[in-house]
Design a protein around this ligand. Structure first.
Ligand SMILES: C[S@@+](CC[C@H](N)C(=O)[O-])C[C@H]1O[C@@H](n2cnc3c(N)ncnc32)[C@H](O)[C@@H]1O
Length: 207
């Protein structure tokens, strides 16, 4: 991993993984299950799915791995250790999603739940282009993106140093379209995090 901001995110999740899991358990209006199903019903059994920033073995990771051939990528060794224990049928790899490479047309779908908002936003356009190349024609990208105009924020979050970044929705839409995606579903969704409301940009896009 060559970007210091990625190292900071990896170290942050390694340090506060228990705090993160109990923080996340307090959010009960997250639409992730519905969006995951929105992706899953479009795929045939055994489809090849890549999850970027998979975390520690979420319900969605388990569900995807039970129906498809799942590869999970994360920066954090602590998250991956839990993911491997919770979802032994999937393949997990420690890598920076902003740098990792795959062969063209390696996947039928790519999913990323709440990880792209940790990636420096100037890298997202190039990342969308690379994901496009990893997908088969007609393949799907499901992603949760930041929804605010945030060049980069570094500070204390859940007891560790963390980095967040994101584009406003109109810029994300433009970058996805320029990368060659067609937006199938595109919504801003506000959830109740323990500190207050937070809005994310959910997209389901097709190559
Ligand atoms: C907010 S958590 C979400 C985890 C999981 N997707 C979920 O929804 O619960 C963000 C995850 O993305 C991972 N992550 C952040 N930036 C990453 C990067 N550049 N490459 C790989 N993983 C990254 C973090 O280590 C962390 O596990």
């Amino acid at each position: 991993m060559s970007d210091q901001r990625a190292q900071l995110v990896a170290d942050g999740y390694d340090a506060m993984i228990d705090t993160w899991e109990s923080w996340k358990a307090q959010i009960d209006d997250d639409p992730r299950a519905e969006w995951c199903e929105e992706l899953a019903w479009r795929l045939v059994p055994g489809a090849r799915v890549l999850e970027l920033g998979c975390g520690g073995g979420t319900t969605e990771t388990r569900q995807l791995a039970s129906r498809f051939e799942l590869t999970g990528i994360d920066l954090s060794a602590a998250q991956l250790e839990r993911a491997r224990a919770r979802v032994p049928e999937a393949v997990f790899r420690q890598a920076d999603l902003a740098e990792v490479e795959f062969d063209p047309a390696s996947f039928d779908a790519v999913a990323a739940f709440y990880s792209f908002n940790h990636v420096p936003r100037e890298l997202l356009g190039g990342l969308f282009g690379r994901i496009h190349s990893w997908l088969v024609p007609g393949g799907w990208l499901l992603a949760t993106l930041g929804a605010s105009d945030l060049e980069g924020w570094t500070g204390e979050w859940l007891g560790a140093e963390m980095f967040f970044s994101g584009w406003p929705p109109e810029t994300s839409r433009r970058l996805l379209t320029e990368a060659g995606f067609e937006l199938e579903r595109d919504e801003l969704v506000t959830i109740s995090e323990p500190e207050g409301d937070a809005t994310f940009h959910w997209i389901l896009a097709r190559r």
